[in-house]
Structures are given as C-alpha cells and as structure tokens.
Design a protein around this ligand. Structure first.
Ligand code: CP
Length: 310
C-alpha cells in the first residue's frame, strides 16, 4: 500500500499515469449517463481536516462516492481531536476502525508524512490534502489536468505563479509537478512573499507582473494567506492589488491563448479582479470539476491499481 504525500520527487511517468486515468474517468462520466463506477466498492475512505476546506474536501467525498467507496468525514472540531487526542492516536483509531485510505489536511508541514509513517504497517494509504506551507499534491495534479485540457502537453510551456508564494503549498506542489512535466515556471511576487532559499528552486523569479504576463502560456494567481502572516512587512491590500493583482487591463497583456488559474478560495478585487475570474480566459470552475476526476484517479491508483506513487 502506498501514499500520495507530495509532488516533490514524483516523476513524469507517474504524474502522467494519474492524469491519463483522470481523463479516462472524465470521459466515462461525461454526460453522467454512467453515474457511478463500482471500482472501490467495499473500500473505506476517511477525510480528516484540521483546517477549513470547501473544494478539496467536497471533491474527495464526491470522488470516493462516484467510485462506490464508503466515505466518512471527520472534522477536528466534532471529533476527539477537540478533547486533545493526538494526531497519532487519531490516525491509529481510524486505521483500527477499518479505513483503507486517510485523506488529511493539517496546519503543520510534514503532518501527512508523519501519518504515513504510522499507518503504513496497518496497510492504510495516506493522501496529503494540504500540510501547512509544504505541499498540496492533488491541487497541483488538478491544475496540470486543467492546463493539459486547455493547452495540450505541458512540455516547453511557461507558467507564471503569482503572489503569496511564501505561504503557498499550492505553489510548492506546482513548481515540482510542472517542472517534472517539462514546463518552465516563473515566480512573480514581492520580495517579502518569497521563501528564503527560492534561489535553489528550479524556477526564475521576477517582481514585475507586467513584464512577465506577455511571455507566459498560463498564469496561476495565489491567494494572499493573511492567516499565516505573523509579523514581517507585507504590502497593504491596495499596494498588493496595484502591483500584483490580475486586473482586466493586465489580462490584455497575456497572449490570446494563455489561461488564468486560481486554486481558490479567491479574494476578488485583491489578487484577481471579478471580471477576470469570471471571464472565459479563466479556467477556475474547470479546475474544480477536474479536481473530482483527478481525486478519483488518485484513489484508483492507491486503492485499486496498487501502483507506487510519490
Ligand atoms: N484549493 C483548495 O485547497 O481549496 P479548499 O481550501 O477550499 O479545499
């Protein structure tokens, strides 16, 4: 039994296998004549979220149900976590109760890896649904699925990731996955919202969104994560929006074919203008829809296909 913990170290063949499976599942379910597949009948999937989520949690639940798995949702506030139970004891309890797969979101970077360490022996798979500022691998996979749909193969494509890179697990997972798939990544952010050590990442860095936009095939806008900002100097919302917001005027700087992505939740009027988010250039609702098929594919590869993943 294997886990999906990160895109760091995931090779192109593994990522492509998941993305191809997601495409096949999407084609099978298109039009919803086939509403449910029997693939994971008898398997139990548990989601445990210690941080808020709409997209990831709902799409994993739908993905499991569309594969006929039994899906159980545990929220930190309504469980024994609220009584002080440790992550380890919670994990072992879920495995003992029969979970074949635990999908975890946690504010601590590395939490999913710890969980995998405790659950491997029990034969329970772990999927990282976002750990602190570290990784969010299924978000990167659904972003890649959406880009493949809009642009074709990603090899040689140039993607800008814009905004609060410092606090973004989405940015980290996308840098690893996009570069593994042959794309070039440029990070665009104010110096205060870039992590130390970014010079060792396989990316280029710019502080000028206007200079970068005409050169890219896709632009991924990141949410400004105020909840993770504890001290330091950060631009005001107005300063940020003027320098790094994707306004309608800036949309005109992108090449005609270029795609706009945002992982959500969006701060409309800050990192992205409403008119841009709702324009046909944006693939934001496609990202959400593809999230279900990608997460079905991940569950398939972990629980049905028994294939090694990163
Ligand atoms: N993109 C993303 O992870 O959204 P949620 O926080 O709503 O799951």
């Amino acid at each position: 039994m294997r886990h999906l913990l990160a895109t760091e170290g995931m090779d192109a063949a593994t990522a492509t296998a998941v993305l191809d499976t997601a495409d096949q599942l999407k084609a099978t379910l298109l039009g919803r004549e086939v509403r449910k597949l029997p693939t994971l009948r008898g398997r139990t999937v548990v989601t445990v979220f210690y941080e808020a989520s709409t997209r990831t949690r709902v799409s994993f639940e739908i993905a499991g149900k569309w594969m006929s798995a039994d899906v159980v949702n545990v929220s930190a506030s309504g469980s024994s976590v609220g009584k002080g139970e440790s992550l380890r004891d919670t994990a072992l309890t879920l495995a003992a109760a029969g979970a074949d797969c635990v999908i975890v979101r946690h504010p601590a970077s590395g939490a999913a890896h710890r969980l995998a360490g405790w659950l491997t022996e029990a034969g329970t798979s772990v999927v990282n649904a976002g750990d602190g500022m570290h990784e969010h691998p299924t978000q990167a996979l659904l972003d890649a699925a959406t880009l493949r749909e809009r642009l074709g193969a990603l090899d040689g494509r140039r993607v800008a990731i814009v905004g609060d890179v410092l606090h973004s697990r989405v940015a980290r997972s996308n840098v690893h996955l996009l570069t593994a798939l042959g794309a070039e990544v440029v990070l665009v952010a104010p110096p205060t919202l870039l992590p130390s050590g970014v010079d060792r990442w396989p990316v280029t860095v710019s502080h000028s969104l206007d200079a970068v936009l005409p050169t890219v095939d896709a632009v991924m806008m990141l949410r400004v994560q105020a909840e993770r900002m504890h001290g330091g100097y950060f631009p005001s919302a107005r300063e940020y929006s003027i320098a790094y917001g994707l306004s309608e005027a800036r949309l005109g700087l992108l090449p005609e074919h270029a795609v706009v992505l945002h992982p959500g939740p969006m701060l409309r009027g800050m990192e992205i203008a409403s008119a841009v988010a709702d324009s046909p250039r944006a693939a934001i609702t496609e990202q959400v829809a593809n999230g279900v098929h990608v997460r079905m594919a991940v569950l398939y590869h972990l629980l049905a296909h028994e294939e090694e993943m990163a």
